[in-house]
Design a protein around this ligand. Structure first.
Ligand SMILES: [Zn+2]
Length: 493
């Protein structure tokens, strides 16, 4: 099949050779049909579903759905910049005992190399004023959303010397913008039907994002799809029915000073000794726990990404010197708790996880990481796993690390907590997130926390302290009892 390189000369698309004139005509015709040259800004609204990428209730299920009651995307293609406002509420399936869903209003931005959200600070009382919060990790994804619109795709194709080849009754158009490759199909009606691109993710590597457009209509003189479906990592992330589209709004999205002057904080890890040989490795939103053994150490949890893992690994090696990290215990596969696992594979650690997670990680980790080559991409090590369904103990005679499946949780089907019997410490995450000391317990108990307490009772674990991997402080079992509305009771052991 012949591939043609297309060059935009002002408003005319030229082909590099005479034989490619028809291919140049396809992009030219699509640009004309979509008014791509005239349209500098676009705003479209709709309703539908949004799905929380990376937070599947089990490794074999799709991302969890939210009902979207309002969605507005405002794009300035020239900058490029975009704002997405969304009102959404999680769909709670009856089979999953989840906290009552709360309506979320999101307001997120990208402009050039800056991305930010406008929201009240996390944990602030309701009514607190919204402020701009830098989101540097979101730039790639939000920029992708700009070029993954019909008009944006054609503009970017024209600006980036796209290649074209016949595909079915239309054409396949390919170009690279920044580090991201885009492949789109234009049908015989000069409509952009599908756009595929790849963005980085710490778990999935080069992650396919596929946007499909159908049911094109004339919205106020703009040809725009009435239905947009986007998948990311194999499952839907957006399914939008368009209510309106217009090409004339002023879209001015200046980067706030607080975002422009922000520096990206380097991940920091601190070590807080909890008991002999046991340290709480804290920092930011996601923590880990390190346990010293006779000739090695064990780390519980590899959250977020490689940068976080490198900070934790360095702190563990400093705290427990001259002992390799032989095991990494993973609580569940949600991406914010598994994004740092690959770094431990590269480090030579065995990954200990629920058996349902193993095939998911094995398959996911085979994907190339060419956009952001991590240490595992470079070392090409094969992951080594130890899996369990119910419980598993790591012990070298000194300080046992007991791993227990959390049964019946609506949070995740392959979910574990860690109990350290020598110090009577429980390590858990997402089942119970302690609040700051001065915050009253929630009016309605969180069903994940109720379930955690039931699991502690089922296993008759003698828990003195809970090292939660989210949250500001070490707590006690009484704090968990209080949070679920049970009267605190004295420890009787
Ligand atoms: Zn989770």
């Amino acid at each position: 099949m012949r591939t043609c390189t297309l060059v935009a000369l002002g408003l005319v698309v030229a082909a590099a050779s005479a034989g490619c004139a028809q291919q140049a005509g396809t992009l030219q015709a699509a640009a004309a049909a979509l008014k791509a040259a005239d349209i500098k800004t676009i705003e479209y609204t709709g309703t539908g579903k949004w799905y929380q990428f990376g937070q599947a209730p089990s490794p074999t299920q799709q991302w969890p759905p939210f009902d979207v009651s309002a969605y507005t995307a405002s794009i300035n293609y020239d900058v490029p910049a975009a704002r997405v406002q969304m009102t959404r509420k999680q769909v709670v399936e009856p089979e999953h005992a989840r906290p009552a869903p709360v309506e979320q209003k999101v307001d997120q931005y990208v402009s050039g190399a800056a991305a930010w959200n406008v929201a009240a600070p996390a944990g602030a009382p309701s009514g607190t004023a919204a402020v701009a919060q830098p989101q540097p990790a979101a730039v790639e994804e939000r920029t992708m959303e700009i070029w993954s619109t019909p008009q944006g795709f054609v503009k970017a194709a024209l600006a980036n010397n796209a290649a074209s080849q016949p595909a079915g009754s239309g054409s396949e158009i390919t170009f690279t913008a920044g580090r991201n490759k885009y492949v789109g199909t234009i049908n015989a009606q000069n409509q952009v039907e599908k756009i595929r691109t790849w963005i980085d993710n710490p778990v999935l590597g080069d992650t396919l994002v596929e946007t499909t457009f159908s049911d094109y209509r004339d919205f106020d003189g703009v040809q725009f799809p009435a239905h947009i479906v986007r998948t990311q990592g194999g499952y839907p992330v957006l399914d939008l029915t368009t209510a309106s589209a217009r090409s004339t709004p002023a879209v001015n999205l200046p980067v706030p000073d607080a975002v422009r002057t922000a520096t990206v904080p380097q991940p920091e890890a601190t070590a807080e000794k909890l008991a002999d040989g046991i340290w709480y490795i804290k920092g930011g939103s996601h923590h880990s726990v390190a346990v010293e053994q006779g000739d090695h150490s064990v780390v519980v949890e590899a959250p977020l990404n490689e940068a976080r893992s490198m900070a934790v690994i360095a702190k563990v090696k400093e705290t427990i010197p001259n002992k390799p990290i032989r095991y990494l215990v993973n609580t569940h596969a949600h991406f914010d708790h598994s994004g740092g696992l690959r770094s431990y594979v590269a480090e030579g650690a065995t990954i200990v996880t629920h058996e349902l997670n193993r095939p998911y990680y094995e398959q996911s980790w085979r994907a190339p990481h060419t956009l952001v080559p991590d240490r595992l991409e470079q070392s090409k090590k094969d992951p080594v796993f130890e899996t369990f369904t119910d419980h598993h103990t790591l012990a070298d005679g000194q300080r046992a690390v007991e791993i227990h499946a959390i049964q019946g949780s609506g949070h995740n089907d392959a979910f574990a907590m860690v109990y350290l019997p020598a110090a009577k410490i429980l390590v858990e995450v997402d089942a119970f997130t302690p609040a700051a000391a001065d915050v009253p317990p929630p009016a309605a108990p969180n069903p994940f926390s109720v379930n955690l307490y039931q699991n502690i009772e089922r296993l008759k674990l003698d828990v003195r302290q809970i090292a939660a991997l989210h949250g500001p402080r070490l707590v006690t079992l009484d704090d968990l009892r209080t949070a679920i509305g049970q009267r605190a009771r004295p420890i009787t052991h």
